[in-house]
Design a protein. Sequence first.
Lengths: 232, 221
Amino acid sequence: MRPILTVVDSQRLDIKPQPFPVLTGQPLLEGRALCCIRQDRVLFEQQSLTVHAGELLQVAGKNGAGKSSLLRILAGLAQPDDGAVYYRQQTLSQAATGYAADLCYIGHQSGIHEQLTALENISFWRTASGVAAADDFALLAQLGLAGLEDIPCRMLSAGQQRRVALARLWFVKRQLWILDEPFTALDQSAISMLQQHFLQHLQLGGAIVLTTHQALQMTHQALTTLELAYRW
Amino acid sequence: MVTLYRFTQRELCLLARQKADWLNPLLFFVIVLSLFPLGVGPEPNLLRIMAPGIVWIAALLSVLLAAERLFKDDYRNGVIEQLVAAKQPLLSFVLAKLITNWLSTGLPLVLLSPLVALLLNIDQASLVAMVFTLLLGTPLLSLLSVMGAALTVSADKGGILLALLILPLYIPLLIFASAAMEAAAMALPYYGQLAIMLAMLLFAMALIPLAVISALKLNVS
């Protein structure tokens, strides 16, 4: 199921400043003939993909089709059984630190410690990403978590925990986001807010790879879907 | 430096919320030591002779008890995976774990040593030696247990594996620490033993953080 794509007025895209370097013609991230085998089952083989700056790639497919495995390979956390991932025309091992410095990966586990409060979790990720401290109360209020800043995250609902995890996307300065099921447990308003934020990131020259079963309601020209078939 | 400070703050905050993590090993240490006089009989001379071995074995086991949960939470909720993915400051993360592990399991043992001396009829010279050996030895225990915890973090029931992996590495420390305390009890100099312990500590300090980082990376991929 491909979401409806509408062409966005290209003039409007230039209003925003472009903090991310955009290579014209060259893909930002490229997977060439990737193959992944788990427990003697071939999840995918000869799978190629390209992501340019300003593009969003939605990886779709049934449960067990290998979406998360593909994302982990793209994030450099797992090695493909065949093929290679290229970042700015370099393999991940060549681009190692440069790639990591441009990457924000939020996996299936959200990276939130249940014993810490929302504020403490956010400040941990700020420190880890090397971003200066700022007004986290305002950020949390924007994410609909006003009044819940000082409560350990285990007291929050699954959707609220996911919001805390995704708060990272509002302050990290990374060009490439790889997000595994970012919409899990989120309500409609949070989903549309997140999609708005995605759009903003794309307009700044960022790139996003994500998996979701949701149909993205975004109206953006650079939205592509990669359908992974479930194989036996 | 700022990163290390912030990460240490986070770990201390977690320790304050999860008191069982550091109180249990500490209570275990005290309980084991108080059981020995009951078990082997309250003969003061016998206790004094056995004290070095008892103190150090109890210390080893209590540190081991604290080690298992060290990385478990951060592994389960994906913090380690995401730190590795973005090559974010893993070294600071590991050092913060080390520092807080020592502050919560090693330092209390040093502070408890006067009480231990009372329980086991240790004289003053041996007490001083015990404090020195604990000061040098417990950081090494923390280093080794952090390494073991990092290696076994993805194993489901890693407890026994951790013990098998780490206890042999504790043995040199056990030998030299109890030798230093025995020497002190006989009013002999024990600088040699302390110097060897210091050497082991410095060696471990230089290499183990790197080993821990590699182990964490291995475990998430």
